[in-house]
Write a protein that binds this ligand. Structure first.
Ligand SMILES: NC(=O)c1ccc[n+]([C@@H]2O[C@H](COP(=O)([O-])OP(=O)(O)OC[C@H]3O[C@@H](n4cnc5c(N)ncnc54)[C@H](OP(=O)(O)O)[C@@H]3O)[C@@H](O)[C@H]2O)c1
Length: 265
């Protein structure tokens, strides 16, 4: 039987690299995003992951057509920048709606089917930013930290089933994500934030621009999903970014804050 995979975020970046890769490697692949995808070997399944009903209908269509679901690689996500004090709440909420509630919706819509597979795999894409707060990226960090906690809970809840779940935490990836996300204009902000915000935001854009390729991350995710037993989380990225997760845990909080503060603002 040909295994069936659902890749979300398939219209750009990591998801766009992963969906055709899985098709090449023998999977029947559905590519989900709000925009309809046109990728080799990939069946377009447009839906907004933050809309549970629309997502449910899309997954029902997949099940009607294919009768099974073995792999879900959930890459859909958005970023955004602005200080806690002044970022419009609706902007922050839409990040959390997409990254956290979208992942919740994906779990609710797909787990009943994935659990029936004898080799079910669910990879939820978070971020290294899910392990720490980064200045002016609070809603994004919070959404990915919440997803990490949810993944930890889910893994324990699924104990004894054939479904393996992991949180995948990449560092910077050179995709369009910075160009397409909401970044609060500097001139909107109180002067106490302006210079540090600009430095942090420019630094983030530069790091992402010099980040890993989406193809590299896609290959790494493929290797992860092929493993027999998945660990709770996987870090993908430059040595410094991966090490930052460990160092942030070893260092006293105020020391870590100084290190990160120097880097970002
Ligand atoms: N780029 C980085 O440096 C970086 C670093 C760490 C982690 N990540 C994470 O890695 C994942 C992939 O990032 P990327 O850089 O490849 O992003 P990207 O190029 O901006 O692509 C994001 C994808 O998510 C889809 N998407 C966004 N909102 C959606 C929604 N509500 N419903 C359905 N699909 C939605 C987009 O499609 P539509 O707009 O067509 O819906 C697009 O296909 C994200 O979860 C991101 O947070 C990225």
């Amino acid at each position: 039987m040909q295994p069936v995979a659902l890749v979300t975020g398939a219209s750009s970046g990591v998801g766009e690299a992963l969906a055709p890769l899985l098709a090449q490697r023998g999977y029947k692949v559905y590519g989900m995003s709000r925009r309809e995808v046109d990728l080799p070997g990939v069946i377009a399944l447009p839906a907004d992951v933050s809309d549970a009903e629309a997502l449910g209908r899309a997954v029902a269509q997949l099940m009607e057509e294919s009768g099974r679901l073995d792999v879900v690689l959930h890459c859909a996500g958005i970023g955004g920048a602005g200080p806690v004090e002044q970022m419009p709440a609706e902007r922050a909420k839409s990040i959390i709606d997409t990254n956290f509630w979208g992942s919740w919706n994906i779990c609710q819509a797909t787990l009943p089917h994935l659990r029936k597979s004898d080799r079910g795999r669910l990879l939820l894409v978070g971020s290294i930013a899910g392990f720490m707060g980064i200045p002016f990226r609070s809603a994004y960090c919070a959404s990915k930290a919440a997803l990490k906690a949810m993944t930890d809970s889910l893994r324990m809840e699924l104990k004894g089933t054939d479904l393996q779940v992991a949180y995948v935490a990449p560092g910077d990836i050179a995709t369009n994500s910075i160009a397409t996300q909401y970044r609060q204009p500097v001139f909107d902000l109180d002067p106490i934030y302006q210079a540090r915000y600009k430095k942090a935001d420019d630094g983030m854009a530069e790091n992402v621009g010099h980040g890993m390729s989406a193809n590299f991350v896609a290959e790494e995710m493929y290797k992860i999903m092929e493993k027999d037993e998945l660990k709770p989380y996987y870090l993908i990225g430059a040595f410094v970014q991966k090490a930052s997760v460990k160092v942030s845990r070893w260092l006293p909080g105020s020391w870590w804050e100084k290190v990160l503060g120097k880097y970002y603002s």
